[in-house]
Design a protein. Structure first.
Length: 115
């Protein structure tokens, strides 16, 4: 009988851990997946280098677009789900904003010659 109790007790914590990991950020992986991304140390592939076009910001020699968020969006988790970048951990939530890279291919596609 003690073997059955141990088996059932083992099953409960594993299933409870799976349920709670997604809710409380209990694991390091869950924590990393539920926050804005830190600025990369090197430019992203095809990211536009400075000088940046109007409306974009230069950060570390590369172009970024800043996205402002409402308090409701931040509370709803947009910092975590929109794949925004932030200068430091928690910056998106504190400043209600995040950044997305501006890619060079977008600039080329926008300059279409009229025919």
């Amino acid at each position: 009988m003690p073997v059955n109790l141990l088996q059932s007790e083992r099953a409960k914590p594993e299933s409870a851990a799976l349920l709670s990991a997604g809710l409380d950020g209990g694991t390091e992986l869950t924590s990393l997946m539920s926050q804005a991304l830190p600025f990369p140390k090197t430019p992203l592939p095809e990211q536009l280098d400075a000088p940046c076009p109007e409306g974009a910001e230069e950060i570390n020699g590369h172009c970024w677009t800043k996205f402002m968020l409402t308090p409701a969006q931040v509370k709803g988790g947009t910092c975590d789900t929109a794949r925004l970048y932030e200068p430091s951990n928690g910056w998106c939530r504190a400043h209600h904003a995040g950044y997305k890279p501006l890619y060079a291919t977008l600039r080329k596609n926008n300059s279409v010659d009229p025919q």
